[in-house]
Design a binder for this molecule. Structure first.
Ligand code: BG6
Length: 460
């Protein structure tokens, strides 16, 4: 069987500024919340490794773009670091940062690699966090100004933009579970942050469209389809509610300009509904994304609650459902995530049938593996497990496309092994291995396979 993708399909990979750039003395970048958190509590980061050096992309980008050519990229997603460009989040711009990003995007273009550029990947500037971060309506406006500056500075080189990466993550991890700074457990703040983020995204969309640069702007969402344990009505209800919180909370405002009334009602019932200005709701309603990025790693299995929730415990969406631990599920044990390639097909069909068949692409899909050195033979990591993972996901994606879903690309996570937040360099995801000591790059077997994938626009 040959799996062949449509002409002009985007193949490539994704990374983010904080996870790959690092910096140099005198690069004049400002700090973001990850720099700050690492200074305050470095013990929380795997192996005590922080974001200072990561994969030194800031210095090595030219060489790295050449490696992209070798590993089958016709496109690449990264993000702009807000605090690198504006060390204080606003006001004076760091010219060195502007020069770096221009030069990077130009280099990509010169090599025939289409840049996809994201404006925010979990990395709030410290100066903006001090003003309240996403809890603050003012910060929403500063983000809008930062976004506009990016379009003005780079819009001649970049015609595919994203406003946010996985916004539900900074809501949940930052304000419900303690896995991102500011590590608050404050459900009311979480809902406000979610709402402000959707508003900020819509404002960036409005700014971009007003400049008439001719490109497209979207948002990257981690869609984790919710599957019920059984067809019992209470299990099915659990899945519907999980879907509302996990997926529809950002998908609906971004693509339809609305919030699902059932979700709004539940949030109201919990006493968490923020005060929303009519004109802000109107901004969300009117400024829809042109296309969608979808990160997919694992499904979400749920069932009806077994016990009445503790009424004193701070609210989380799990007030309404339990996580279902399905027997025999296929696991990536290093990351603790289930592997379920068919999920990508279900996403494709959901977008086709329920979201106006919007144009979309897979913006992340990948497999993080610990201690990959043990798979090295003749100096190359033989990551056949990763090739299998990609093939299976691509096969299901292809089926979705054949059935009419408008998917235009597939990006793996990630290009070169990168720094994974609290997990630091524990799990490696790259098509290219990084030696942390020497920063030497070596293409893995999957990187060579990916090169062939692009050449044939598919695989056997
Ligand atoms: C996505 C993020 O959630 O998954 C990336 O956009 C992240 O930033 C990736 O690195 C893999 O997850 P993790 O937690 O293993 O790094």
């Amino acid at each position: 069987m040959r799996v062949v993708f449509p002409e002009g399909f985007y193949f490539g990979s994704a990374t983010s500024a904080t996870q790959c750039e690092g910096g140099t003395e005198g690069d004049e970048r400002g700090k973001n919340i990850w720099d700050l958190w690492y200074e305050e509590e470095s013990f929380k980061f795997h192996g005590n490794i922080g974001p200072e050096i990561t994969s030194s992309f800031y210095e090595n980008y030219r060489e790295d773009v050449r490696l992209m050519k070798e590993t089958g990229h016709n496109s690449f997603r990264t993000s702009i670091s807000w605090s690198r460009l504006f060390p204080q989040g606003r006001g004076e711009m760091n010219q060195k940062a502007a020069d770096f990003y221009r030069s990077l995007f130009q280099e990509l273009r010169d090599q025939g690699i289409e840049p996809f550029v994201n404006l925010y990947h979990f990395d709030m500037p410290v100066a903006m966090q001090e003003l309240g971060g996403w809890e603050s309506r003012r910060v929403v406006d500063y983000y809008k100004e930062y976004a506009r500056t990016c379009f003005e500075l780079f819009g001649d080189l970049v015609s595919h933009w994203f406003t946010f990466n996985e916004p539900i993550v900074h809501v949940e991890c930052g304000y419900l579970s303690g896995y991102h700074y500011p590590c608050k457990v404050d459900p009311k703040a979480a809902v406000l942050v979610a709402y402000h983020t959707a508003l900020a995204s819509a404002l960036a969309v409005r700014e971009y469209h007003s400049l008439n640069q001719g490109g497209k702007i979207g948002i990257v969402l981690n869609l984790t389809p919710a599957y019920p344990r059984s067809s019992h009505p209470e299990d099915e209800k659990a899945a519907r509610i999980a879907e509302l919180f996990q997926n529809k909370s950002f998908l609906d405002p971004a693509v339809k300009g609305t919030y699902d009334p059932e979700l709004v009602e539940m949030i109201r019932e919990q006493g968490l509904l923020p005060q929303a200005e009519t004109e802000d709701l109107e901004i969300i309603r009117q400024n829809l994304v042109d296309f969608l990025g979808v990160n997919y790693y694992h499904p979400f299995r749920v069932c009806a609650k077994a016990h009445v929730p503790n009424p004193m415990a701070p609210f989380t969406p799990e007030y309404y459902f339990d996580i279902y631990d399905m027997p025999g599920k296929r696991m990536n044990p290093y990351r603790g995530w289930e592997i379920y390639p068919r999920g990508l097909y279900d996403i494709a069909i959901n977008l086709r049938d329920n979201y106006g068949n919007i144009e979309w692409m897979v913006t992340e899909n990948g497999m993080g593996v610990e201690n990959e050195g043990r798979f090295k033979e003749d100096g190359i990591i033989q990551d056949d497990y990763r090739i299998e993972f990609y093939k299976e996901h691509l096969t299901w994606l292809h089926k979705g496309i054949q059935e009419g879903s408008r998917c235009v690309g597939y990006h793996v996570w990630t290009f070169i092994d990168c720094w994974s937040w609290l997990n630091a360099y524990k799990n490696r995801y790259g098509l290219v291995e990084l030696d942390l000591e020497t920063q030497k790059r070596t293409i893995k077997k999957s990187g060579y396979w990916y090169g062939e994938l692009l050449k044939h626009n598919g695989f056997e």
